[in-house]
Design a protein around this ligand. Sequence first.
Ligand code: NAP
Length: 321
Amino acid sequence: MFSHSEKIRFSAPPQSKPIAERGRRISTAFIRMIHRELGKTGVQLPIIGLGTWQYRGGVQPLRAGVALGACFIDTAESYGTEEVVGEAIQGVRNKVFVATKVAPRHFKHSRLIRSANESLRRLQTDYIDLYQLHWPNYTVPIEETMGAMEDLVDSGKVRFIGVSNFMLHDLRNAQKALRKHPIVSNQVRYNLIDRTIEPRLLHYCQEQNIGVIAHSPLATNLTKIQEMDPNNVLSRLAKAKSGTPAQIAINWCCSKPGVLTIPKANSERHVRENSIACDIQLSTQELQFLDAKVRFRRRGWFEIEMRRLARHMLQLVGKNQ
Ligand code: NAP
């Protein structure tokens, strides 16, 4: 269920192909896309964007997604997909919000600036909308890294600063290290079967007006969610709503205030299916049903801290960067 204050925009689907997929009802003329402000930026983003980790679909599925209103593309220097994103946005650059990431091994000041310039070249653009630290690097002072990020904003090469995979402690430290520009988003794993962020991080981000970009909203593979759904709630709801299980899973994610999703799909069919997922309206009861019936894990404080420590150790010996 989406709040009434959120903006709903309609876009005409591309004429060439019908937008109905796998029994999904045929939308007659327009597709509904809900927009949500990213942090306090004043920028309204579609709540469903396009992920590109392990993306092999070429230019066309991305262009189809953008035409359907999913005009928010996420990539990273380490994905090897910045070039294809760059190609896909040619001619529509000003309509697409492009997010990319710098890898932790490049967090020293001059190296980070070089990474941003290399991303700009691969993306064939002169600005990055959202530049994100891919995950924390405990071997480089966060003040140095954030200083470079702020320099990029000051130079106009980056519009907004984001982080990714930052748990609460790391996020607070990163916020403290900034002087002029805020962190507008945190990209973290969030889906029906992994709700680690819910009790603390999600709440904090909502309070601080930091957008949560939910990565892996389909748990990297929809069957993983279905395995945790012994009562087939996802399929049953999908059938009742004339949708698909993937659309229900995506919908569940972005029903949470402040959350945006970036499902990845190689095929145009999946991109279309995902991009029209917010055509489905789930009631509070249906969302609560999903909350209760799909099994999930939530890492506790101790496990989060142990993982942080392990990452730190690995980084000290030059790994996990
Ligand atoms: P995901 O979006 O949760 O799931 C992708 C998988 O779901 C693919 O196998 C895809 O198949 C399939 N799929 C997509 N749409 C479907 C549909 N409608 N029906 C059935 N299956 C469907 O996985 P993800 O790639 O891990 O996460 C999404 C994005 O989040 C990434 O691409 C990346 O941009 C970001 N991410 C960020 C981090 C980070 O550390 N910041 C980590 C992971 C991911 P096909 O490709 O065959 O369509």
